[in-house]
Write a protein of this length. Structure first.
Length: 367
C-alpha cells in the first residue's frame, strides 16, 4: 500500500504522521458520490414530479355564473400550466356531486378536492370568509383589496382567513374580484332612505346591509329570483353586476344602483388541505406563485363583464343610477358603525380583520 508522510500541527507542535493515501482517496470519492446523489435528488424534487395528480372540484355555482369562466376556469388553466401538467383539475357544476350549499363542507371533508364560492356561502361555515368576500363599502377596487388582504405586510388580513381555512382542513389558493355587488331594483334609489321597507332578495352580508338600511331582506335560491321579480314578489335583488345579463335580470328590473353596496365583491377558491399537502413542494410553490397574477387577470375579466352587463341593461330600457359621493359617504359611515360590528362579532379573527380594515381606511384617508 502506498503511503504518504504529512506534517501536521498537534497541540501547538509540529508532528510527522503517516496516513494510508488509498483510504483517504476512497473516502473523498465516497463523500463526492453521496453529495452528487443528494444533488440529483434535490434536482428531482425541485421540478415537476413524474406522478400526475388529478383533482375534482365542485364550486357553489354552475356554468351560468360569471365566476365559472371568468374566475375558476382561468385559475384551473393557470394551475395546470404552472405545474407543467402534473396537476390536472376537473370541474363539476353545483349539484353534480353535492348541492351548492354543501360544496364547501364536501371539500373540507375530502369528498371533493376543492371548492369555489363566496365567503363560504356567506360565512355560514367559516365566518372569516366574510373578510375574503369583502366588507360592505370597504375596498373601492382590486388594488385596495389586494393591498389590505395580501400586498402590504402592515395589514395581511389574508393570513387570518388562511388560518381559519386550515382549521377546517382547507387551503386558500385563489381569489378574484367580481366587481361591484349592487342593488338592481324596480324603484329609484338615490338616498339610503329609499330602501326603507323594500323587499329585496338578499343573502348573508347582503341581508345584514339591507336590513340595516331599513329594508326587508328576502332569502331565496338564485333560480327563483327572475320569476319573483317578474311577479312582483320582490322589488329588487342584490347581485354581482357582471352577472345580471347572464340571469336576464335586465328584463325584469329598471335600475342598477352604483357603485354598489360592495364595490369589490370577491370569490374564493379552496383546496382540501390533505390533498394540498400531498403535492410536492415544487407543485405547491408553482400554485402559490400564480395567486396574485390570476387575481388581477380574472378581476380584469370581471370588470369588462360589468361594463357589458350595464350596457345590456341600458339597451333594455333600464337606467344606471350613480349615488353621489355624499350619499356614498353616508352609507359607508352607517355601514362601518352598524354593519361591520355584526361581522366582527362572528369570530375573534373577524374582529381583528375589521379593525385592520378601519386602520386601512383611516390611513388611506377614506374615513
Amino acid at each position: 500500500m502506498q503511503q504518504e508522510t504529512q506534517l501536521v500541527a498537534s497541540k501547538g507542535k509540529e508532528t510527522l504522521v503517516t496516513k494510508p493515501v488509498r483510504i483517504l482517496k476512497t473516502t473523498i470519492l465516497s463523500i463526492g458520490a453521496v453529495a452528487l446523489s443528494g444533488t440529483l435528488a434535490f434536482a428531482q424534487s425541485d421540478g415537476p414530479p413524474d406522478k400526475v395528480t388529478e383533482w375534482v372540484f365542485q364550486p357553489a355555482f354552475d356554468q351560468t355564473d360569471a365566476g365559472w369562466d371568468k374566475g375558476l376556469i382561468p385559475w384551473v388553466k393557470a394551475v395546470e400550466e404552472a405545474t407543467k401538467g402534473t396537476v390536472k383539475i376537473r370541474v363539476e357544476p353545483a349539484g353534480a356531486l353535492t348541492s351548492a350549499s354543501e360544496a364547501f363542507a364536501a371539500a373540507a371533508a375530502g369528498q371533493t378536492d376543492g371548492y369555489a364560492g363566496w365567503a363560504t356561502v356567506y360565512g355560514g361555515e367559516m365566518p372569516e370568509g366574510m373578510l375574503a368576500y369583502g366588507l360592505p363599502l370597504g375596498a373601492d377596487g382590486s388594488e385596495d383589496a389586494w393591498k389590505v388582504m395580501w400586498g402590504d405586510p402592515k395589514y395581511r388580513i389574508g393570513d387570518l382567513v388562511q388560518e381559519a381555512a386550515h382549521e377546517r382542513n382547507l387551503h386558500w389558493v385563489g381569489w378574484t374580484n367580481q366587481g361591484p355587488n349592487a342593488m338592481f331594483t324596480k324603484f329609484r334609489v338615490e338616498r339610503l332612505e329609499d330602501l326603507a321597507g323594500k323587499k329585496m332578495r338578499a343573502g348573508g352580508p347582503q341581508a345584514i346591509f339591507h336590513s340595516t338600511m331599513g329594508g326587508s331582506p328576502v332569502s331565496m335560491n338564485a333560480g327563483e329570483i327572475y320569476t319573483a321579480l317578474k311577479l312582483g314578489t320582490i322589488e329588487g335583488t342584490y347581485w354581482d353586476t357582471g352577472g345580471i345579463d347572464d340571469m336576464s335580470f335586465q328584463e325584469v328590473i329598471k335600475y342598477a344602483i352604483m357603485p354598489g353596496w360592495n364595490p369589490a365583491q370577491h370569490q374564493e377558491i379552496f383546496v382540501n388541505l390533505d390533498k394540498w399537502n400531498a403535492l410536492t413542494q415544487w407543485q405547491r410553490d408553482q400554485i402559490e406563485g400564480i395567486f396574485e397574477k390570476t387575481y388581477f387577470e380574472t378581476s380584469r375579466m370581471h370588470a369588462e363583464a360589468v361594463d357589458e352587463a350595464l350596457e345590456a341593461l341600458k339597451k333594455a330600457g333600464g337606467e344606471v343610477i350613480t349615488l353621489s359621493d355624499e350619499e356614498v359617504a353616508r352609507m359607508r359611515k352607517k355601514t362601518i358603525e352598524e354593519v361591520w360590528p355584526k361581522i366582527a362579532a362572528q369570530s375573534e379573527r373577524n374582529a381583528k380583520g375589521v379593525e385592520i380594515w378601519k386602520k386601512f381606511l383611516e390611513e388611506k384617508g377614506g374615513k
